[in-house]
Design a protein around this ligand. Sequence first.
Ligand SMILES: Nc1ncnc2c1ncn2[C@@H]1O[C@H](COP(=O)(O)OP(=O)(O)O)[C@@H](O)[C@H]1O
Ligand SMILES: CC(=O)OP(=O)(O)O
Ligand SMILES: [Mg+2]
Length: 399
Amino acid sequence: MKKIMAINAGSSSLKFQLFEMPSEKVLTKGLVERIGLKNSVFTITVDGEKRTRTIDIKDHEEAVDMMLARMIHYDIIKSVDELDGTGHRVVQGGDLFPTSALVNRDVEEKIAKLIELAPLHNAANLMGIQAFRRMLPDIPHVAVFDTSFHSTMPETAFLYSLPYQYYKAHKVRKYGAHGTSHKYVAQRAAEMMDRKPEEGLKIISCHIGNGGSITAVKDGKSVDTSMGFTPLAGITMGTRTGDIDVATIPYLMEKLHKSAEELLNVYNKESGVLGITGISSDMRDIEIAAEKNEGRAQLALDIYVDRIQKYIGQYAAVMGGVDGILFTAGVGENSDTIREAVCEKLEFLGVKVDPEKNNGLRGKEAIISTDDSRVTVMVIPTDEEVMIARDVMEFGELG
Ligand SMILES: Nc1ncnc2c1ncn2[C@@H]1O[C@H](COP(=O)(O)OP(=O)(O)O)[C@@H](O)[C@H]1O
Ligand SMILES: CC(=O)OP(=O)(O)O
Ligand SMILES: [Mg+2]
């Protein structure tokens, strides 16, 4: 029996789960939000109950210290020496990591080099890894990459129509993200449909949270995905533009007297649903505002849904059909209205959602299509953390 810590560090947050393996029992889980800002929020689940405290946490190292101290305080572990291994989500692995990897200096250096390809994420991921390696040098630490699952994409999907030497010399191509999530939910979808993935099963996975991506999964493998060279591309997100004509950048640089870096920051952090509405990046706020007919909330919802529908249409074309469509992550798991709106215009594909199954469904696995729908539509809560814990067992050779 091993105690494995799974860490999912975001740009301003850190999610954690402590597992007993191989049983996959969750001993505790929690979340640190607003790292680096005033009033950071620390939440940990103790005996099924959430304990929250507000305190300033300046960086990810402090967040890790706090998390371990609270786990000891609540008697979840007696000391950090009880941990047998840790696993860390890393968003960008480029083409260097087709699988997870046991972290050593070389792996750390590669993750550091890839920071420029995932500016909001990789630096935070690396800080989490370094904090744990310093504290516990003698146990295995495993990096689990968002990009690994997408390493099966064919050249036709991952190459941009740029001069080919830019790809060869500078590795400019599509890498995608959220792969650990897409892999987990696509596997669950096959199980729920009672189908074997490798027998030609065609799944479209919609991971829609604060970041979001759509993936085409054929025979259990990613064949295309909506995020690109960085996690900026694809569908409209909380604060990110998604797909946009790159010619807007030099044009706006001149008009607004901003640098490319400043604009890219706007495209990443001040755009998407937040940028369109000026209200919020959080879909809960937008749905409430839309009900009250406030500002451009309904317009933002319509754009959000439009982009998802278009990707589903594209990926049905890419795979020559679709057997299952699934919704996951914060929005996908919780918003029945967005699921319904996305599926509404997909009837031509044979998609029929049953309102009785969809309405009010939150955070639970279920099939939400009618029995006679040609495509099975599912809600599947993602679990990136259990995938990370499984890979710690495998790549940390603890099994
Ligand atoms: N009940 C809900 N209805 C609509 N959207 C929700 C609901 N609950 C959460 N969300 C959305 O989910 C987002 C967070 O999703 P999550 O997958 O945790 O994101 P990330 O991992 O990218 O931080 C929130 O920003 C919010 O927009
Ligand atoms: C890659 C990415 O966008 O991740 P997240 O949705 O967790 O921000
Ligand atoms: Mg996420």
